[in-house]
Ligand binder design. Structure first.
Ligand code: SAH
Length: 266
């Protein structure tokens, strides 16, 4: 590498693809907290939650989530902006809820940065897919009830002809099913699972805004959970946990300290 090249390299900032965890600032990793502090710019959406976002000075935040009017910022814009800021020599944190590589489009951003020659680092986070159930008293695996767990998206591209999620196969595995982005399509996939032979009495839990100050948990069965959702008015972001492990909550909730402190049953 010539000297000229290395000078050029020095001028380029680094992009940090950082997971915020589910929302409680205490669940940020030490590295995430340090980077948020030292970054020039933090690009984020709403998922890191009000407590974490509230601690970041307004002047270094850029919201690339849902805009007023309900439109999402196009992914292409976010990709372009990350490259642009890095080329200005900025230290950029791309802050994502949970873990950046779990249904967060972090993989696409990493590929885009690599293609543009921008140095980046991935900072894993505590995913809501595991932490959400956990803080509601639900272990995603359990020696007696579930020896496997599947993480699936409930929100699919409606233009897709074939479902990318094989609900029949999931019903057959007998493990825990954790659905992200699964509030709106709850009626569709619970029906699919029942049609595929999963028992209507299978326990189901919805964990809304897990670890946020106003977290709520609602429980039912495959047969009842849609009504439970409607009565409680559960809204995204929420995690759906389907499987026998969901009933663990009933056996531990009385003694679950963080549940009582941060919200409760819907
Ligand atoms: N990368 C994130 C997931 C992004 S997909 C992670 O690892 O957690 C967005 C979905 O994540 C939401 O629709 C919801 O299902 C889930 N989610 C994220 N944060 C949540 C929280 N605090 N409580 C409940 N669900 C959450």
């Amino acid at each position: 590498m010539s000297e000229g090249d290395s000078t050029l390299e020095d001028d380029v900032g680094t992009v940090y693809l950082v997971g915020s965890g589910p929302g409680d600032p205490d669940l940020l990793t030490v590295r995430a907290a340090e980077l948020i502090e030292s970054a020039d710019v933090v690009l984020h959406d709403k998922l890191p939650g009000p407590e974490i976002l509230g601690r970041i000075p307004e002047e270094k935040r850029e919201d690339v989530g849902k805009r007023a009017g309900g439109e999402w910022t196009p992914q292409e814009y976010t990709n372009r902006r990350l490259v642009e800021l890095a080329r200005e020599g900025k230290s950029v944190v791309r802050l994502k809820g949970g873990d950046p590589f779990v249904f967060g489009r972090g993989g696409e951003e990493a590929e885009h940065l690599a293609a543009a020659g921008i140095p980046f680092e991935v900072v894993p986070g505590v995913t809501s897919a595991i932490a959400g159930p956990a803080v509601a008293g639900i272990p995603v695996t359990h020696r007696d009830h579930a020896s496997s767990v599947s993480f699936v998206t409930g929100h699919e591209d409606p233009t897709k002809e074939e479902s990318a999620v094989d609900w029949d196969a999931l019903a057959a595995t007998g493990g825990t099913i954790v659905v992200l982005m699964g509030v709106g399509k709850l009626p569709a996939y619970t029906a699919e699972l029942r049609d595929a032979g999963l028992d209507g009495d299978t326990p189901v839990a919805l964990v809304e805004r897990a670890t946020w100050p106003d977290m709520r948990v609602a429980t039912g069965t495959l047969d009842t959970i849609v009504d439970v959702r409607d009565e409680a008015g559960i809204e995204p972001p929420a995690i759906t946990v389907i499987g026998d492990v969901a009933a663990t909550r009933e056996r531990v909730v009385e003694f679950l300290e963080n549940d009582g402190e941060r919200g409760g049953d819907a």
